[in-house]
Design a protein around this ligand. Structure first.
Ligand code: NIG
Ligand code: FE
Length: 411
């Protein structure tokens, strides 16, 4: 903590007062940039910004770190509203299986995929899971992530789901970025409940959810609504049990098939609907006028070679779009949001400005952090990215694979 002054900033991006909580449709192209600017930070809060030409100096220069940002940009840190950062082990053997011709769904049907991660997680201690996740979070921060949502869902038993959620709770307490916790007990049916869906849903509703309420272990509730996973009716029943203890829905829908999960999630006032590789007209209609953030995960599409979410169609229908990583060992082993930015531009035809809105303002909304993150606004938390020297902002998604972030500043 202390004071930081960033001076001579080439462009201070997404800064201003009274910025909207969500940018949608044509407004997603808007991106305020103040040129030749300064930014003052004190005790973890944004206290002042403006043009270098109008700068009156500081009242108190003691204990001040001065950063010269000549040729560099400063932007709000990315918010990653969808990740599975707590997991036991990587799954590169499935990656090789897919190269050799199997699909992600075929691997899952053989007991790989989520069930593979669940088997590995069952044997790992809480301390080891925590240490691995903490290490990953340090890496995500170096890529510019300044707020993180993390899901359970590799437990699939009472003990292992609670273990994951306790790890997330400890990460919340010990990390210097805000973390939101999502209960995803309904990620897959465990093998012992393969032919007894009712039994697993009852376990989630009658045993897991009450314990989560008692120990205050989650902010959100998620369900993987998909063929071979949870049906729309099953999703509804589970989400309602979560809503009853104060968890807001944020759901996996439309990854491989459009089952009507989006309309149901909107009806249940979901904060976000995530994946959306498959979209039908009724999904778009359901989202119109709702408070639910459509969230696309382009690194998952890239890694699984499945369609990219149709961001243009959403935006052209005056809807907002958020982007997230989906960082997990099976479908998205990268949590690099700079790469997501690039994929959104190259594969989804989002402009650099639209994609940055999707990674900041709209992503902050999708994890309930609009009041503290997503823009550079007086009173918001210090969570900003300082870039390296770059010619313009579009250069970041253009130079895919390069690390153009010099540092993330968090206090
Ligand atoms: O969001 N689609 C469901 N869940 C994760 C992947 C889980 C896994 O393969 O481990 C996802 O892509
Ligand atoms: Fe996911």
């Amino acid at each position: 903590m202390g004071k930081i002054l960033i001076k001579n900033i080439k462009g201070l991006v997404q800064c201003g007062e009274d910025l909207p909580k969500v940018r949608r449709g044509g407004d997603m192209k808007e991106l305020p940039i103040l040129e030749n600017a300064f930014l003052a930070l004190e005790d973890g809060i944004i206290v002042e910004y403006g043009s270098m030409l109008e700068w009156g100096g500081l009242a108190d220069w003691r204990d001040l770190e001065i950063i010269d940002a000549e040729g560099k940009y400063v932007l709000p840190a990315f918010c990653d509203s969808h990740t599975h950062t707590v997991f036991a082990k990587s799954r590169e053997e499935e990656f090789v299986d897919r190269i050799n011709g199997l699909t992600y769904e075929e691997i899952a049907l053989k007991g790989g995929g989520i069930l593979n991660s669940a088997r590995r997680l069952a044997d790992m201690s809480e301390v080891e899971l925590f240490d691995h996740a903490m290490e990953r979070i340090q890496r995500l921060k170096s890529y510019g992530t300044g707020a993180l949502e993390i899901k359970s869902g590799y437990g699939l038993s009472m003990d292992a789901e609670l273990k994951m959620l306790r790890v997330i709770k400890r990460l919340k307490a010990e990390c210097d970025i805000p973390i939101r916790s999502t209960f995803l007990g309904a990620h897959a049916f465990p093998p012992e409940f393969k032919d007894n869906h009712r039994g697993y849903i009852d376990l989630i509703k009658n045993e897991m959810i009450p314990r989560i309420a008692d120990e205050n272990l989650a902010d959100y509730i998620d369900v993987f609504c998909e063929r071979n996973y949870f049906s729309v009716d099953e999703m509804e029943e589970i989400l309602e049990a979560g809503i009853a203890i104060g968890l807001k829905p944020k759901v996996h829908v439309n990854q491989f098939s459009a089952l009507g999960g989006i309309r149901k999630a909107v009806e249940l006032n979901a904060l976000s609907v995530d994946h959306l590789e498959e979209l039908v007209d009724d999904d778009i209609e359901a989202l119109k006028g709702s408070k639910t953030m459509p969230t696309i995960l382009p690194s998952c599409s890239h890694f699984l070679s499945i369609p990219f979410g149709d961001a243009r169609r959403l935006i052209d229908n005056d809807l907002p779009v958020a982007l997230a990583s989906d960082f997990n060992p099976g479908s998205t082993p990268s949590g690099n949001l700079g790469f997501v930015w690039s994929l959104a531009c190259v594969k989804m035809k989002m402009t650099p400005e639209e994609a940055l809105n999707a990674l900041t303002i709209n992503a902050a909304y999708a994890m309930g952090l609009s009041d503290t993150h997503g823009t550079i606004t007086i009173g918001k938390k210090t969570a900003v990215i300082l870039t390296k020297e770059i010619p313009n902002l579009a250069y970041i998604p253009y130079s895919f694979g390069d690390q153009l972030i010099e540092r993330i500043i968090l206090s």
